[in-house]
Ligand binder design. Structure first.
Ligand code: SF4
Length: 267
């Protein structure tokens, strides 16, 4: 179902938007995070892509509704929401809480700020001679292609992908049957409870991302269910991946490898 958000004034300055945010009790400085926010995004820079992630609080952790309609028991346990330097975690979680609240409670403000920031991100990437990538669901799984932004007085709205045809949007998703514009690339996430759906999505043309029971990239299997496995840890910009493949991921940090979330490495 298409969701249309009507905008009264899309041309407010950053300063005005920050004032409005502050008046509503928000202190979060940006909707998008930096292209150096994590080591995998830094690897994208070496591929000529500046990627900007958007982090919300996953599932229903913020208490306003779920942003992960197909989350599973095990993916919630291993969600990357709490990954990274513990010294910065509290600040990161507070910012994610505020963005999630803004998404649910003040959509117009959320999308106005987001559009402004995507414009700024694109300009920054252009200046560096790089491609601009936007990862809208870095810690969520929302169907952004369904959100139509309509200026007051206009009959129709546009989603973010129509709005920015020169930007490559990309995400992992566990929501099946999504149809996205050509500049919104999806990779399907295999979890412990969605094998049949993953196979159907593969047949529909999506690559499948699979976390395998190994910490070492060279131990990834060559194939899974007869399908070629590529190393998904080389970078995070999934639109570069070879089609019709499995995107193999390794176990990070101290994650419990005995969980059914991780697939056996069978050569
Ligand atoms: S669906 Fe993704 S973002 Fe949501 S809880 Fe699971 S792993 Fe985290």
């Amino acid at each position: 179902m298409q969701i249309t958000i009507c905008f009264n004034n899309l041309d407010r300055s950053f300063k005005d938007l920050m004032h409005e945010s502050k008046d509503l009790g928000y202190t979060v400085g940006s909707i998008l995070s930096s292209p150096e926010a994590n080591p995998k995004l830094i690897k994208n820079l070496k591929k000529g892509v500046m990627s900007f992630p958007l982090h919300l609080l996953p599932d229903n952790e913020a208490g306003f509704g779920s942003v992960c309609p197909k989350s599973s028991v095990e993916c919630r346990k291993f969600c990357l929401n709490r990954a990274g330097n513990p010294a910065y975690l509290e600040g990161k979680l507070k910012a994610r809480y505020e963005r999630t609240k803004m998404f649910f409670k003040h959509k117009e403000l959320y999308f106005t700020r987001l559009i402004k920031e995507i414009k700024r991100a694109k300009a920054k990437a252009d200046k560096a001679g790089m491609q601009c990538g936007i990862r809208l669901n870095a810690t969520s799984d929302l169907n952004y292609e369904k959100y139509y932004i309509k200026r007051e007085g206009f009959a129709h709205g546009s989603n973010l992908m129509d709005w920015f045809p020169d930007v490559e949007f990309y995400d992992y998703t566990a929501v099946d049957k999504r149809t996205t514009p050509s500049n919104y690339h999806l990779t399907f996430s295999l979890k412990e409870d969605n094998f049949d759906t993953a196979i159907l999505e593969f047949k529909r043309g999506l690559n499948i991302a699979i976390p395998f029971k190994t910490k070492r990239a060279w131990e990834l299997p060559k194939t899974w269910q007869g399908i070629e496995v590529i190393n998904g840890d080389e970078h995070d910009f999934r639109p570069l991946d070879k089609p019709n493949t499995i995107v193999g991921l390794t176990v990070k940090g101290n994650m419990d490898m005995t969980s059914p979330f991780f697939q056996e490495v069978i050569a």
